[in-house]
Design a binder for this molecule. Structure first.
Ligand code: FES
Ligand code: FES
Length: 160
């Protein structure tokens, strides 16, 4: 079975017919060509595929594209504007929050969701928000520093 899908993806309306069983991760990467969202474990364990639906982080490898009908989906490609990194991207850049970078889009989107809901999170709140995102390189210390720095950039109005 296929169904019509209408969603707002990175601020633009997308319309199309999708199979009922098409995963959001595959819709984004293969149908729309947004490859910033990564396939990691493909089973809900690593967080590399994290995107936002209506500002909430979801694992796109466990989410059907069809459930996004009428909703707002944001991927990592939505963050930079006019060649300028967003606050959370700048935070990861300045604080060296990425090494191999494979986990980074998922961590950035999970962090973005946190900062939208809680602009001044504590370290324990950051750790809790990112608990489902696995990084094999950084040891997480620089990631925490990146999120804290991004919160300061947002508070100062320097980055959105
Ligand atoms: S690819 Fe989705 S949680 Fe790992
Ligand atoms: S930077 Fe390599 S897995 Fe996180």
């Amino acid at each position: 079975m296929a169904r019509l899908l209408s969603l707002t993806l990175n601020g633009k309306t997308h319309l199309g017919a999708v199979p009922d069983n098409l995963l959001l991760l595959d819709y984004l990467r293969e149908r729309v060509g947004l490859t910033g969202t990564k396939t990691g474990c493909d089973g809900g364990e690593c967080g590399a595929c994290t995107v936002l639906i209506d500002d909430k982080p979801v694992l796109s490898c466990l989410t059907l594209a069809a459930v996004c009908d009428g909703r707002r989906v944001d991927t990592v490609e939505s963050l930079a504007a006019n060649g300028r990194l967003s606050a959370i991207q700048q935070g990861f850049h300045e604080k060296l929050g990425a090494q191999c970078g494979y986990c980074t889009p998922g961590l950035i989107m999970a962090s973005e969701a946190l900062l939208r809901a809680n602009p001044d999170p504590s370290e324990s709140e950051i750790r809790a928000a990112l608990a489902s995102n696995i990084c094999r390189c950084t040891g997480y210390v620089k990631i925490i520093a990146a999120v804290r720095h991004a919160a300061k950039l947002r508070a100062a109005g320097e980055r959105r």
